[in-house]
Write a protein of this length. Sequence first.
Length: 95
Amino acid sequence: MTIQWHPDALAEADAATEFYRAKRRGLAQRFLGGLEEALRRVEQHPHIYREIKPGIRKCRIKAFPYALVFRDGSTIEIVAVVHIRQEPGYWRGRI
């Protein structure tokens, strides 16, 4: 299955990576590894994740307070990379 990124979701992933890079050595690489692992899970089994709106699902990134919000269809669109404790629902204008 093909994965596409909303430009704002890419910017959020980059911002989170930079945050962790500044925090501690090696932490950014761990975050990116968790992000890649979450993408693989979503690509392999998109329908197992909780639907938070019709056609929109959320997958947690293990060991970090982030989740992928994605549109499930013939193509998977990553709508947002959200911090789960900040501004819930800010991304809804993207769908």
